[in-house]
Every structure is written in structure tokens, then in C-alpha cells.
Design a protein around this ligand. Structure first.
Ligand code: FES
Length: 110
């Protein structure tokens, strides 16, 4: 199991245990986080945007060029922003903390 801590826009923390290999998007959705993920991981919507705690951001596989392009369009992006649909949980990520942005933007609805 990989432990994930979600921190809501209002600062509330929620810890959940997820199976290795699960995508962070699905873990967040399962925990009731407001991650729409409307494109289901096709890197076309940016509604799965999360902000990863800096210590953990460094442990993630770097974002692909396509992910970077989509992040450029997401609302409230920071230097440690990622698309949660592109993050698969590995044992090395046990304990990861991610913040849920206060707003999201669905690039498919423009
Ligand atoms: Fe749409 Fe991640 S689910 S970009």
C-alpha cells in the first residue's frame, strides 16, 4: 500500500492508502477530492491538476512535454504542479502529500 495525503483547498488533510500502480487521479477521486479528470487521462482537460509538496515533487518522474503543455493552461499552476492522471503510485511515493487547487479549468469546454 502507498499512503497518500490530500490537502484540500481549505487546508483539511485526508490520508488514504492506495494500491501500488494506481493513478493518483483515481485515488483522489476515490477519496472524494474534487478532481474531475474529465478526459480520463488523455492529457486534454487539466481538471486533474494537483500541486505536489516540493519534497515529493522531486521524487516524481519528470512530466512529459505534453503534460507540461497542458499544465501551462491549468488554473492556479505552481512550480510543483502535476496532472494527477500522469502519476502512478510506486512504493517510493509512500507518504506523498498533494494539495488540491481551489479551482480547475476544463480545457475541453472552451
Ligand atoms: Fe484530463 Fe488528466 S484527466 S488531463
Amino acid at each position: 500500500m502507498v499512503r497518500v495525503t490530500f490537502i484540500s483547498a481549505d487546508g483539511a488533510r485526508l490520508e488514504v492508502d492506495a494500491a501500488e500502480g494506481t493513478r493518483l487521479l483515481e485515488v483522489g477521486q476515490g477519496a472524494g477530492m474534487p478532481l474531475e479528470g474529465t478526459c480520463e487521462g488523455q492529457m486534454a482537460c487539466s481538471t486533474c491538476h494537483v500541486v505536489v509538496a516540493p519534497d515529493w515533487f522531486a521524487k516524481l518522474k519528470p512530466a512529459s512535454a505534453d503534460e507540461e503543455d497542458m499544465l501551462d493552461l491549468a488554473a492556479g499552476v505552481t512550480r510543483t504542479s502535476r496532472l494527477s492522471c500522469q502519476i502512478a503510485l510506486t512504493p517510493a511515493l509512500d507518504g506523498i502529500e498533494v494539495h488540491i487547487p481551489g479551482e480547475s479549468r476544463d480545457m475541453q469546454l472552451r
